[in-house]
Design a protein around this ligand. Structure first.
Ligand code: PGA
Length: 255
C-alpha cells in the first residue's frame, strides 16, 4: 500500500562524466520495478539536466535534488530555487539532511519554508530527521526526532502530507560504518509513524513511506527493509558504486 523506495544521495561527489557512467551502470543492472517500488537518484545540482535525460529510459526511477533555497527567487548568490529544480524535471527534494543542518545551520523554521517551496512547485519532499550520538546515549532520541518532525512538517495539511516521505538518519550512523540495528530502526520508525498518526489520520500515517539512512549497504539492507515500518533507504556512500546501489535496490525489490 505504501511505496518502498531506495534513494541515492551522491552528496558532493562525482564529476559529470563519472555521474553519467554511474547512471549507465545502474541502468544496465536495474531489476524491473513494480508500481509499489521506486528508485531515486539525487546527484549534485550541476548533474540534474544530464541525469534527467538519462532517466527517461528507466521506469519508476526518479530524479531528486539534495536541497533547495527557502525563498522563491531573488538576490541569493550561489543558490538554487525550487522552481528551477522543477524546470529541470526534479521530482523529489531532500530537505533537512543532517549535513545541511550542521554545516549550513539550517534550522527547523528554515526547513519548514523549504518544504513549502518544494511542495508549492509540485515536487515531493524527503524530509530528514535523526539524532546525534549524545542524544541517543541519553535515551531521548524519540522526543528529539518528534520535535524535528513537528517543526518541519506539521504546518502541512493532510493533502500536502501525501507528498512527503520521511527519512530517519541517526547522525551517528551516517558515513561511519556503524548502522543502527534493525530493532533500533524499527523502534524509531514505529515512533515516527505514531507521531504522524496522532497529528493526522492513522490512514495518512499508514500510507507514508519512512526510509532509513546511515551506512546502509547490500549486506545489511535486507534485514533493515524487512522491518514492518522501514520502507526503504536513503543511501550515501553505497550509492556511489553501481554494484552496491543495485544490491540495495535488489533488497528493496525482494522486501
Ligand atoms: P551513508 O549516508 O549511507 O554514507 O551513511 C547516508 C546519508 O547521509 O544519506
Amino acid at each position: 500500500m505504501r511505496k518502498k523506495i531506495v534513494a541515492g544521495n551522491w552528496k558532493m561527489n562525482l564529476d559529470l562524466n563519472e555521474g553519467a557512467e554511474l547512471v549507465n551502470e545502474i541502468f544496465k543492472g536495474l531489476p524491473e520495478l513494480s508500481e509499489s517500488r521506486m528508485v531515486l537518484i539525487a546527484p549534485p545540482y550541476l548533474h540534474l539536466t544530464q541525469t534527467a535525460a538519462q532517466l527517461t529510459a528507466m521506469d519508476n526511477v526518479y530524479l531528486g535534488a539534495q536541497n533547495c533555497h527557502h525563498e522563491a527567487s531573488g538576490a541569493y548568490t550561489g543558490e538554487v530555487a525550487a522552481s528551477m529544480l522543477k524546470s529541470a524535471e526534479v521530482a523529489y527534494v531532500i530537505i533537512g539532511h543532517s549535513e545541511r543542518r550542521e554545516y549550513f545551520k539550517e534550522d527547523n523554521a528554515m526547513l519548514a519554508k523549504k518544504v513549502n517551496q518544494a511542495l508549492s512547485n509540485d515536487m515531493q519532499v524527503i524530509f530528514c530527521c535523526g539524532e546525534p550520538l549524545e542524544i541517543r546515549d541519553a535515551g531521548t532520541q524519540n522526543s528529539y526526532v518528534e520535535k524535528q518532525i513537528k517543526e518541519g512538517i506539521f504546518h502541512l495539511g493532510e493533502s500536502q502530507l501525501k507528498n512527503v516521505v520521511i527519512a530517519y538518519e541517526p547522525i551517528w550512523a551516517i558515513g561511519t560504518g556503524r548502522t543502527a540495528t534493525s530493532a533500533q530502526a524499527q523502534d524509531m520508525h514505529a515512533h515516527i509513524r505514531s507521531v504522524i498518526a496522532a497529528k493526522y489520520e492513522q490512514d495518512a500515517a499508514n500510507k507514508m513511506s519512512i526510509l532509513y539512512g546511515g551506512s546502509c549497504k547490500p549486506s545489511n539492507a535486507a534485514e533493515l527493509f524487512e522491518c514492518a515500518d522501514v520502507d526503504g533507504g536513503l543511501i550515501g556512500g553505497a550509492a556511489l558504486k553501481a554494484a552496491d546501489f543495485l544490491g540495495i535496490i535488489e533488497a528493496m525489490v525482494n522486501a
